[in-house]
Design a protein around this ligand. Structure first.
Ligand code: ZN
Length: 303
């Protein structure tokens, strides 16, 4: 009887699950009854009511018990289980240790597989907001690092030459930790916008002490800025006071007329506004460290 239902094959479900993970930023909730994702993937396959509600009965003779489970749930679980065996996703029991949620999450390998399938270059991983188990592990470390009182924002052991696999994961983790902490919003102007396909955020994770000066990839040396403010910060048009108010360069007053205008609004003048405080994450422990800000003021900013 079940054969007449013409359910999708496991391979088809595996494929669709991977794509679905990609479309949900690399993470989907464990399939319990009623989870949206179960219906969503069923919709992708155009399953009818009968296919969605068909159930299997497992008879446990010893316990004299019959267990019923939805065939569709079972198919989904089997497909996810098989992806986990291939190391393309992490199991909810493993993901929960880093996200506190029972979720299936793409691994780096799974992420690569999806990008290949969709003909997206691997280099896009630096920009796309897709989570992977390996990167989230580093993100967790970044968030959990104790806030040192005597913080040095500069990496002492200058590690150069090779861009290792770990360094790449670290870059992505830094970016993700900062953007999440600032809710994908520019700390200066509050701009929050993504691409029409919702896959790319405009905001960037800026280093306060730049990478070129061996600035650290941690939460104390980072701040989320829109492209315009990122650029203005990096070239020294503005900096921050220890209390996180914006300090604009005096050179702004000597700019030729019409410079720094955005549709009649002067973006440069805004930077010279006294007492304008930036948006910060709620948790104080992850605010930028004053030592990083002091370094920026001394070395990058033009008073
Ligand atoms: Zn901005």
């Amino acid at each position: 009887m079940l054969e007449n239902l013409e359910m999708p094959t496991r391979n088809e479900v595996e494929y669709t699950l991977l794509i679905s993970l990609f479309n949900h930023n690399g993470v989907i909730k464990e399939f319990g009854a009623g989870e949206e994702i179960v219906d969503e993937i069923a919709n992708d396959f155009g399953l009818n009511e009968e296919q969605r509600t068909a159930y299997l009965e497992t008879v446990y003779t010893k316990e004299n018990r019959v267990k019923r489970s939805y065939l569709w749930h079972r198919l989904l679980f089997r497909a996810a289980d098989s992806l986990a065996k291939e190391k393309l996703v992490s199991r909810p029991s493993k993901t929960i240790l880093i996200t506190n949620e029972r979720e299936w999450m793409l691994t780096e390998e799974g992420y690569n597989r999806v990008l290949e399938t969709l003909h997206i270059p691997l280099s896009q991983k630096d920009i796309l907001p897709i989570k992977s188990y390996e990167v989230q592990k580093v993100v967790k470390k970044i968030y959990e690092q104790d806030r040192p009182e005597n913080y040095n924002p500069i990496e002492k052991n200058k590690k150069i030459v090779k861009v290792t696999h770990e360094a790449k994961l670290r870059n992505r983790a830094f970016r993700q930790a900062i953007l999440e902490a600032y809710s994908y919003k520019c700390a200066v102007c509050g701009m929050k916008i993504y691409s029409p396909n919702t896959l790319q955020w405009e905001v960037e994770a800026a280093h306060i002490v730049p990478r070129s000066s061996n600035g650290k990839d941690d939460i104390f040396n980072g701040i989320a800025l829109c492209r315009l403010h990122h650029w203005a910060f990096d070239v020294g048009w503005f900096t921050l006071e220890d209390n996180f108010t914006i300090l604009g360069s005096k050179r702004i007053y000597y700019l030729p007329t019409g410079f720094g205008n955005l549709w009649g609004y002067n973006f440069m003048e805004q930077l010279s506004n006294k007492n304008l405080t930036i948006f910060l994450p709620e948790k104080e422990e992850i605010h930028p460290h004053p030592n990083a800000i002091i370094w920026h003021r001394k070395n990058i900013f033009y008073p």
